[in-house]
Write a protein that binds this ligand. Sequence first.
Ligand code: URA
Ligand code: ZN
Length: 367
Amino acid sequence: MSLQRLFVDVHTHIYLPRYAALLRSRTNAPRIFSRTGPSGATEDRLVILDNEPSDGRPVGPQYWDRDEKLKFMDRHGIDISFVSTANPWLDFLPFADAQTLASELNAELESYCSTSPPLASGSHSLKRLYGIGLLPLVPNAPTSELPAAVHALAKAHSHVRGVIIGTRGAGNGLDDPALEGLWAALAETGLVVFLHPHYGVDGSAWGPLDNGHVLPLALGFPFETTTAITRLILAGILDRHPRLRILLAHAGGVLPQLSSRLASCIVHDPRVASRLQHDARWYLDRLYFDAVAYGSAELSFVSGAAREGSRRMLFGTDHPFFPPLGAEEKWRSVVENLEAIEGVGAWRDEERDGVRGGNALRLFGLA
Ligand code: URA
Ligand code: ZN
């Protein structure tokens, strides 16, 4: 099959066995614990958010077993996955521990990918799995050490093509001037930065009704991403590092929807405007958006807001989160994301192919 027709998942997670073991050893979040479930059987639960509702979520081999990842890919026709550690990454560890674990997990991820099966079709020599690695970008990290971590990752892990980061940087957000060397190193190495939420926003806005995970995940996550990337843009980071490539989780939160309002607010605040080289909407064309939005209207909007449109959007699943509740063969979360791509009326077939896979292969340097 032509490379341009492959299905590529850029938003799919794991907890590598070493990381899952760490979560099991902990007594407070983030943690994995076992309990006796309603049926009397023992079940494992994952608690990663502070004050997480409903005793967290079920967790199982989908999170750590590579065969499960490959089975999931086969079931949904996914040819290649760019696998990243799920939140909260190393955020809860002191820097020295995070540094050690980042190196160990990156090496494990490299081997997870490099020993994965080859793509069966075509004459290309691609693997089924590639990785998005980790940095010891944790609260109070000595930021002068981060560029070396980036270079070490880029140098020795040919199947790891990016880094996944949260929104807090070294504790002061992504607009922290102390991160300048980090952005420079990421731009220089060409590693793709996958910006992903974890903390949501102030939960006091969610009210007293028990809405489970709905408000933190549906609204808190995208709002968090939106704030983080907006701060990064307003700090001039995309102006100073034109080669930096940032992929935003969940279709960029609400940045595309609010970009004109953002532009207007900037224009009316000359101190901020003087810091930027471009209108706020221009920066949408500097970013990449996963297509994890579950609806055609949302994908149409995002691609319409950026000049390069569909070329900056990339299919993702968020596996193993949002599993089916019943015995369905295919995961609703995946089917909906594929149907959403299919249903964007304004896209030509080549554009749809791009979003399903071709754009990802280009972004991560495989095509
Ligand atoms: N998707 C994620 O990546 N993390 C979560 O915690 C929930 C959904
Ligand atoms: Zn995710």
